[in-house]
Structures are given as structure tokens and as C-alpha cells.
Design a protein around this ligand. Structure first.
Ligand SMILES: [Zn+2]
Length: 121
């Protein structure tokens, strides 16, 4: 498991244990299946009103801006495999099946990435 910046490594021990477990499992799967360590790009975001503000959300690299071009870290097949693996193993919230533990998306001003989240009861 790699971290985009050193402070994320400290934050890794401040997030919810359940999220940490999911990320460790995801890293293990990614290494075994694709020979790639996951790269964590965001964890706790102080003023975030969503899960990142509560230590229940993590972003994992899928693509990044290289020398004047976008470089993909995972292929389309690998992305699909990861989504299936994590979501079939970790149910986000039994009472709200519309929410998922891992999603692949892109928000304004960012590149495509995995967003991983956990719900805590
Ligand atoms: Zn996110």
C-alpha cells in the first residue's frame, strides 16, 4: 500500500478500523491479482460534510496526470474486477442497498478514482 503524500500514512491510523480493514483487503487483492499496490490519494478531509469528514471515506488512485497526458493505473477489466470483489464482500448498509462500499467515479476537478466508504452502526 502506498500513500500519495506522507500525512496520509498518519491518517491511515485515524480512520475507522472497518475502513482500514477494507483497504488492507483491497490492497491484498490488487497485489495478488494484478501485481499492483493500491495508492491512497485522500482520506480525512476536515471540512468535508460527507464520509471523508468523518474518517469513513478513502480515495484510491485509478488514473493520474503524467507528462501532459492521463496515465491509467488500472485497466477497465481490473476496475470491474475490483468493484465486484469489494462490493460482493462488504455490504455498505443492509438497510440502504443503493449505497456501495466501493464506487468508481470522477468529481469536478479530479481524475477517475475509487471511492471507498464504510458505514458504522
Ligand atoms: Zn472519496
Amino acid at each position: 500500500m502506498k500513500f500519495k503524500v506522507p500525512k496520509l500514512k498518519d491518517q491511515f491510523f485515524q480512520i475507522y478500523p472497518k475502513l482500514r480493514l477494507i483497504l488492507c483487503d483491497l490492497d491484498c487483492y490488487s497485489q495478488k491479482r494484478f501485481g499492483k499496490e493500491i495508492i491512497i490519494t485522500s482520506l480525512i478531509r476536515k471540512n468535508d460534510k460527507g464520509v471523508h469528514g468523518y474518517g469513513r471515506g478513502a480515495d484510491v488512485r485509478v488514473e493520474y496526470v503524467g507528462w501532459k497526458r492521463l496515465i491509467r493505473y488500472y485497466t477497465g477489466k481490473e476496475i470491474a474486477s475490483i468493484l465486484h470483489c469489494v462490493n460482493s464482500k462488504y455490504i455498505y448498509d443492509f438497510r440502504r442497498p443503493e449505497y456501495h462500499t466501493i464506487i468508481y467515479h470522477r468529481v469536478k476537478g479530479s481524475t477517475h478514482h475509487f471511492h471507498v466508504q464504510c458505514w458504522v452502526r
